[in-house]
Design a protein. Structure first.
Length: 317
């Protein structure tokens, strides 16, 4: 069955719904903050918490590194990149903050750019560059209505008007309006101006059908506890292989060599049960049909499937 037919298979989606334990006290329409785990993941996570508690530091000092490496390989395979281009984080925020703060190619007098709809914490991180790196910060407004062409024209004009911009933050899927930016096209445009792009893909991966190469971006941050169903506390960052030297090791990390992407994240001693549960979340994601089927189902619900009242701004690009 193709994605379009799978999107309409209510029996299948009812069986999916039964895999989630939801509160009977309220109906939560917000999955964006973080998504609850489906039962297989919740059970795996509970076991991993027990396992971690029973093995104590022995786990972290012996098998964990290999297991985490296996998790990186699983994520990389779904994302269409190599394991060496991925480092695990505690979520999208950590991934994006490390990319923004670690970006090395800014010189005093350069500028950085983001949009009014970008996630506030990422706007703050971009503003932080003003004091830390002596750059100007350009904040543009996403046009309304946000048609594909209007968005492309806005970025094209902003890049023309601000030739000192060196770094651009782009949100693949907006957390407030659901707007999906044509990241591929904007990134190519930015590249033609010599501008690097960091993509905030915290919301898109697990909702939209894409792999990282489709974005054309060299740097991106992802969350696994939103739409991929992993336990709260896990995400990853992506740096294209030949761009690793453009992101500083995290706090001058020396745990890993500078040519190992894992040196770009140093979270210290933290809960690894969410990481160990990622393979189960990826299995469940595959069971749903992966990104193509999830995208088709969400689009169906946003348009014909749910009283026919989808908004045109959502999914417009
Ligand atoms: C657009 C966007 N970017 C980044 C983040 C941060 O992701 P995380 O919650 O994984 O830290 C969020 C969280 O809601 C978000 O909505």
């Amino acid at each position: 069955m193709g994605p379009a037919a799978a999107a309409r298979d209510e029996q299948f989606w009812q069986s999916v719904a039964r895999r989630y334990r939801v509160s009977e006290e309220f109906v939560n329409l917000e999955n964006g903050y973080y998504g609850i785990m489906p039962e297989p993941v919740r059970r795996a996570h509970a076991q991993n918490v027990d396992h971690l508690n029973a093995l104590n530091s022995r786990l972290l000092r012996t098998t964990y590194k290999t297991q985490a490496d296996h998790v990186r390989a699983r994520i990389a395979a779904v994302a269409g990149v190599s394991k060496e281009e991925i480092a695990l984080t505690r979520g999208g925020t950590e991934a994006l903050q490390l990319l923004i703060a670690g970006y090395r190619r800014l010189r005093r007098g350069d500028a950085v750019m983001y949009a009014d709809l970008d996630y506030y914490s990422m706007q703050y991180a971009m503003n932080w560059l003003r004091d830390r790196r002596g750059v100007d910060v350009v904040r543009i407004a996403i046009p309304e209505p946000a048609s594909r062409q209007a968005v492309l024209d806005t970025y094209a004009k902003a890049l023309r008007d601000h030739p000192r911009v060196q770094l651009l933050l782009l949100s693949h899927m907006n957390n407030r309006t659901g707007l999906v930016l044509p990241v591929h096209e904007i990134t190519e445009l930015a590249r033609s101006h010599g501008v690097d792009v960091i993509v905030d893909a915290a919301h898109s991966w697990g909702q939209l059908d894409f792999t990282i190469p489709d974005l054309e971006a060299d740097f991106a941050g992802f969350s696994l506890h939103k739409w991929m169903g992993a336990p709260l506390g896990v995400g990853f960052l992506y740096i294209r292989g030949d761009r690793l030297t453009d992101i500083n090791p995290a706090f001058a990390d020396e745990t890993y060599p500078a040519d190992d992407i894992r040196s770009r994240v140093h979270a210290g001693t933290c809960d690894v049960a969410p990481v160990l549960s990622v393979p189960t979340a990826l299995d469940f994601h595959r069971h749903l049909g992966g990104n193509p089927v999830k995208q088709a189902r969400l689009r169906y619900l946003a348009t014909d499937g749910w009283s026919g009242r989808g908004t045109s701004a959502t999914w417009s690009c």
